[in-house]
Design a protein. Structure first.
Length: 101
């Protein structure tokens, strides 16, 4: 029975050390190497594509069905990644456009 308790204690200690390493290493890696998660990059690509769709169709205020669907999917992803309110105004404007099939 004591062997089982010792094994559980060892595994508990290992998992605690692993958690501590993850918490410490990530900020150090970001600071030294400049490596951050790629959320900013993904937001930038989504924003760029949404702006392309918007300005391409802005004059006519008509949008193709597939472009609107793509825009809506990208908008949801952009907001899920913490995108700012800049795109919200564009989204509201685009929602009232005529859909061309």
């Amino acid at each position: 029975m004591t062997l089982v308790v010792q094994i559980i204690g060892i595994f508990s200690g290992i998992s605690s050390l692993a958690t501590l390493c993850i918490l410490i290493i990530t900020p150090i890696r970001e600071r030294i190497l400049g490596i951050k998660d790629d959320r900013e990059g993904r937001r930038c690509l989504l924003r760029s594509d949404m702006l392309h769709i918007y300005y391409k169709n802005k004059e006519s205020e008509q949008i193709r069905q597939y472009e609107k669907e793509n825009f809506l999917f990208e908008y949801k992803a952009y907001k899920a990644l913490g995108g700012n309110s800049f795109i919200d105004d564009i989204y509201e404007d685009l929602r009232h456009w005529d859909v061309v099939t």
